[in-house]
Design a protein around this ligand. Structure first.
Ligand code: SF4
Length: 451
């Protein structure tokens, strides 16, 4: 099972060279007659596996020898000199994610409908994507080559899904044997090499909560500041997760977790000067408790994991309101529109937008968008789909629609169910703007975007 799962992944990261997809006009790349479709195989005799390798191996070098396989099939050797920091003007193919060899009981792939788009079934476990985008890896099947690469190329920080430092519990959660689940030596090696690590715990009731969670937090905090933080996010179950080992997260569970973690945060803060263990926003929202203030999150180390996103947005919104209050000439566009967001965050957003409407005459309504595609207790914005929007079309008022940017694929205007943003716009008969929570405040303040 393990070998079967790992082999194709290793094949993926061993593709020869990296393909050029774009060459900027008048750039160094164009001068070298490089074209889209060419592959760079080596730089100064060193193999290039992807664009990170290219970046690393060319950084700081002014004299370079590139071995190139032209798309015509010819092999070229290009010698060049460049000014320090001179850009090649090349765009490269995206990194093909290496896939994991785990069978996590809570894996999001198990919660997909059978007809979800294929990319939703990709179980990425890639230290490159961890460095580039903050994707989490478990380090369970990391190769020696990858370990060395992290250290040599300083692919820091790394985001690691720990879940539990109790190895029996971790092995159970990841569906692997105990020897693979134990990553203490690997983690230590990364930390000793000065690689910054952010840890994550997906909290599953009855499995890695209570004393297991206590131990996990304290074990990880013992490595502070080398391990910078641990994000604790709740298990999310769709209607397709039928694994009897999993228990749904309830508001009461969330309240208990907050009480437990607040006590630990106090101890850690007194000792380390940081809360270190940070709970996902979803836990506070589900519990019906207040989201902590800005200082609780420090510099928001794991905001992309939904830890502190609501606080950051609320503060940004408050700043906008103050700025508008100070500016006597301030007027916002009063074109009516509808803002959709996940059911958990909608009440918070509604309160804020109502203030804006009352004070500045905007005519925006906030509508909670139920997740009919995944069902279950999925209530976060990032898992909403085009179908969900179409189901809510009767609640669209005004002349435009705003949706959370997380509803779209990061590099394409397409939603989890394969619907394109343009198709949704057409079906709703309205322009649909996909924005980040943070950008929403900017959008409200920018008249042309609202029309
Ligand atoms: S949760 Fe992540 S590590 Fe676990 S099986 Fe799924 S993709 Fe792999």
């Amino acid at each position: 099972m393990y070998e079967f799962a790992v082999t194709p992944a290793v094949t993926n990261i061993r593709r020869r060279g990296v393909e050029i997809c774009e060459v900027a006009p008048n750039s160094l790349g164009a001068e070298m007659e490089l074209e889209s479709g060419d592959r760079i195989i080596k730089v100064n005799g060193r193999v290039v596996r992807d664009y990170l390798d290219f970046r690393f191996q060319t950084a700081g070098e002014t004299e370079l020898v590139l071995e190139v396989r032209k798309k015509s099939g010819e092999d070229w050797e290009l010698e060049l000199e460049r000014a320090e920091g001179e850009d090649f003007g090349l765009g490269f193919e995206a990194i093909v994610p290496r896939q994991c060899a785990n069978e996590c009981i809570f894996c999001f792939c198990n919660g997909n409908p059978a007809d979800a788009r294929p990319s939703l079934f990709i179980k990425d476990e890639d230290i490159r994507l961890s460095f580039l985008y903050g994707n989490y890896t478990t380090l369970t099947s990391i190769t020696e080559d990858e370990m060395r690469r992290i250290v040599e190329q300083r692919l820091s920080p790394q985001y690691v899904s720990v879940h539990a430092t109790d190895t029996d519990v971790r092995a159970y959660m990841l569906g692997i044997d105990k020897s693979r689940a134990d990553i203490s030596t690997k983690l230590q090696r990364l930390l000793d090499a000065g690689i910054e690590v952010h840890a994550q715990v997906v909290l599953c009731p009855g499995i890695n909560d209570k004393e297991v969670l206590d131990k996990t937090i304290f074990d990880l905090a013992a490595e502070y500041p080398r391990i910078t933080s641990v994000a604790i996010v709740p298990l999310g179950l769709t209607r397709y997760n039928t694994d009897a080992r999993l228990t749904r997260v309830t508001p009461e569970f969330c309240r208990n977790v907050i009480d437990q973690v607040v006590a630990i945060q106090k101890q850690l803060h007194a000792k380390l000067g940081t809360n270190f263990a940070l709970l996902g926003d979803e836990i506070y929202l589900r519990a019906g408790r207040r989201i902590p203030g800005k200082s609780h999150y420090g510099d928001y180390p794991q905001i992309e994991d939904g830890v502190g996103m609501v606080r950051s947005f609320t503060n940004e919104f408050t700043r906008l309101m103050r700025q508008l209050e100070r500016d006597e000439a301030a007027t916002l566009n009063n074109t009516p529109g509808t803002i959709f967001t996940g059911t958990l965050f909608a009440p918070e957003l509604k309160r804020m937008i109502n203030k804006l409407n009352t004070r500045f005459g905007t005519r925006l309504s906030v509508e909670p968008l139920e997740n009919s595609y995944f069902g279950g207790d999925v209530s976060v914005a990032g898992l909403l789909t085009g179908q969900d929007l179409l189901h809510a079309r009767e609640r669209v008022t005004g002349e435009f629609v705003v949706i959370p940017k997380q509803m779209l694929k990061s590099d394409e205007a397409i939603m989890l169910d394969g619907m394109k943003l343009d198709d949704v716009s057409r079906a709703l008969g309205q322009p649909v703007h996909a924005v980040n929570l943070q950008d929403l405040t900017a959008l409200l303040n920018t008249k042309p975007m609202l029309v």
